[in-house]
Design a protein around this ligand. Sequence first.
Ligand SMILES: [Zn+2]
Ligand SMILES: [Zn+2]
Length: 365
Amino acid sequence: MAKTYQAAVFPAPNVPVEIREFPEPELEPGAVLLRTMYSEVCGTDVHLHHGKLSGVPYPIIPGHVSVGAVAKARGKITTVEGNPVKEGDVVTFLDVHETCYNCYYCLVANQPTRCPHRKVYGITYSANDGLLGGWSEAILMKPGVKMIHIPTGLAPETFIGGGCGLVTALHAVDMARLQLGESVGVMGAGPVGQSILALASLSGAGEIVAVDAVADRLAFARTMGATGTISLDLAKKERLSRVHELTRGRGFDAVIEASGSPAAVSEALDFVRDGGRVIVCGHYTDNGSVEIHPHWQINRKHVELRGCWGSRFEHFDRAVALAARFGATKPWSAMASPYDGLSQVRSALDAVEKRTAVKAVVHLA
Ligand SMILES: [Zn+2]
Ligand SMILES: [Zn+2]
């Protein structure tokens, strides 16, 4: 009997998760089979469940950032640092694959996250193509997928606790170009927002303020590095007064939107000071539109407004290194609620959707 592996599948938008059986894939030269240890359930998965991203080839095996142990490797495979990847190694991998470095966006515009050839594990690969998502007992690493060893001293739970949110946060914080002592507002204290708060504090930002509706998330934000919080329970006008109180009347030097709420993008433009920076990274999926007043909110304020899409290998590599170095002081592992086994994926998804969990981590082996 050929060996098989179970995986959780989104058959189609708004159809419940199913557990399906997949045959063990044949490994082509340069490919690796991982036994999944941890995969995560994030807000993007909730949106994928509801069909809010175009071009997703359902059925899919969700799960974009994962940690696994190498079960089989075919041929000589090395990391970017030249270290061999061998059976038994515990690794994670950049979910983005097949960025071509050969097209206009890669080579001329220098924006490889907009490369039309890129594929993403757990999002743009179909389950009909095999074990290409993390909600599975095993994941096929196609040749060229960039793996990173989980360094000694970094608990896999810590890295996966940060997971995709940490990687996105790093990219967004880079784009915000925070300088020592600057003030930053973070719209949304979900998994991306919490990591932004942690990285802003590691970057030496001064006033670091989390904005969210959920009291528990605002309390947790303090443990990640927020120096202040603003609850969406306050009326809109009061929220702006609070920002002015915290920033000597000017507004934040930078605001990073990580909430996925269209209204938060408009409010970010209100909260930023004249000449400040606004980065939008919370709208990976289509959550609708919002009215913006170009004169008052952008042009007259001389605001820099930028979208942040996906991440590159450099963000992933530095995220692993940061989790290793600061995992003891920034509680990424405590941010994720643990779920045991594929049978609990539905409850994990439900908890993330209802916001009873900031994020969920599924433990597989
Ligand atoms: Zn390209
Ligand atoms: Zn994610």
